[in-house]
Every structure is written in C-alpha cells, then in structure tokens.
Write a protein that binds this ligand. Structure first.
Ligand SMILES: [Fe+2]
Ligand SMILES: [Fe+2]
Length: 196
C-alpha cells in the first residue's frame, strides 16, 4: 500500500465531492478503520476503501453510463446493462473502483472489490468488502433509526451486522417498489443459502 498517497485522495475528494459527501466518506473511513481493527483486517486498506468508496458520486447517472461506455469499461461489469437502464446512479460503486485503479493506481483487489461492491454486494465477500458495505450504511451521518443499534452490533459481530444491513437494503427496495437489481438478489440468495 506504500504507493497510495493519502494526500492525493483528500485533494480529489475536495475537488469532486460536496461537503456532505466528504463528511460521509470520512465517517465511513472512520468506522471502517474501527471494524477492520476489531476483525484483524488491514486498517490502512479500510481507510483507503472508506475514503474512496463514493469517489465517483459526483457524476450523474447519465455521466456514469457515458463513463462506462467510453473505453468499454462496461465489459468488466456484468450487471452493467440493467443497472444503466434502471438505476444508473448505482454505477458509482463500480465506477469508483475504476477510478481507484486508473487514477490512484490501486492494484489491491480487495480494496477495489470493496469499493465496487459497496452498494449491492456479491457472493462470498471478503471481510474488507463486508466492512465497507456495512460502514457505508451505518456511518454517523446516516439518519435512519436503526443506525445506532447496528453500530453497537457491528462492534460485536460483523457477520450478523452485514446480514442485517443487506436485509434492510432489500426490504427498502421492496418498500420503495423500485427495480431490484440481479446483483443484490444474487448477494442475498448466496448469503441466505449459506446461513441455512
Ligand atoms: Fe455509495
Ligand atoms: Fe457511501
């Protein structure tokens, strides 16, 4: 991780993101560091992934679709078609991973996967991926009523918290009656079958 320059990451965040989004990124990084430490995972990787997870969030849905179409970046994202059609803003996750790799020269697969899968997850996620997925949903700036409870749970049991966060996400999508992406369905089904 020695080649990653934290100063450059901060400069990038300040140039591209709103003050609220920067604040959120700090909170996610701070919580990710705590969870990484507790779960014997690299805290520096957690910090980098936390700071960068929303680094593509400055783009609109349409800009994200264009970003993927340019240079054929879409071929690496198997859910691209449906995501761009129904929920293009969610491309910021996978797009963030592309920026982390191309702009910050991050080669570490675990960091890249943690950024790419922070909204929809995937099967068999690593500890770092689960940490970023969880931290993004229950960071201090999140106003939902279950945040404090899940922050407490996360201190004791990352696995349980991860499944709770995933369940809340799926529940929210159904409640909102919005399109449900195959990616989160695949994540959900994988973890449900694993827990059986
Ligand atoms: Fe995000
Ligand atoms: Fe986020």
């Amino acid at each position: 991780m020695k080649n990653v320059k934290i100063q450059e990451i901060f400069d990038y965040l300040y140039e591209h993101l709103t003050p609220e989004r920067i604040e959120h990124s700090y909170n996610v990084a701070a919580l990710a560091i705590k969870l990484a430490y507790k779960n014997n995972t690299d805290v520096l990787k957690a910090q980098i992934a936390g700071l960068l997870h929303d680094c593509a969030k400055y783009m609109t849905g349409k800009e994200l679709v264009d970003f993927f179409n340019k240079y054929d970046r879409k071929i690496t994202y198997k859910y691209f078609k449906k995501t761009s059609k129904f929920l293009p803003h969610l491309l910021h996750s996978f797009g963030g991973g592309v920026i982390a790799k191309e702009k910050f020269k991050i080669e570490d697969k675990d960091i890249l996967n943690a950024i790419k899968n922070h909204t929809q997850g995937r099967r068999n996620m690593s500890t770092l991926e689960k940490i970023i997925f969880v931290a993004d949903s229950i960071s201090d700036d999140r106003k939902l009523n279950y945040v404090k409870r899940l922050q407490e749970l996360a201190k004791k049991d990352l696995e349980k918290t991860f499944f709770e966060v995933l369940r809340k996400k799926v529940e929210y999508i159904i409640k909102q009656r919005t399109y449900i992406l195959q990616q989160i369905v695949d994540t959900w089904n994988w973890y449900v079958s694993k827990n059986k």
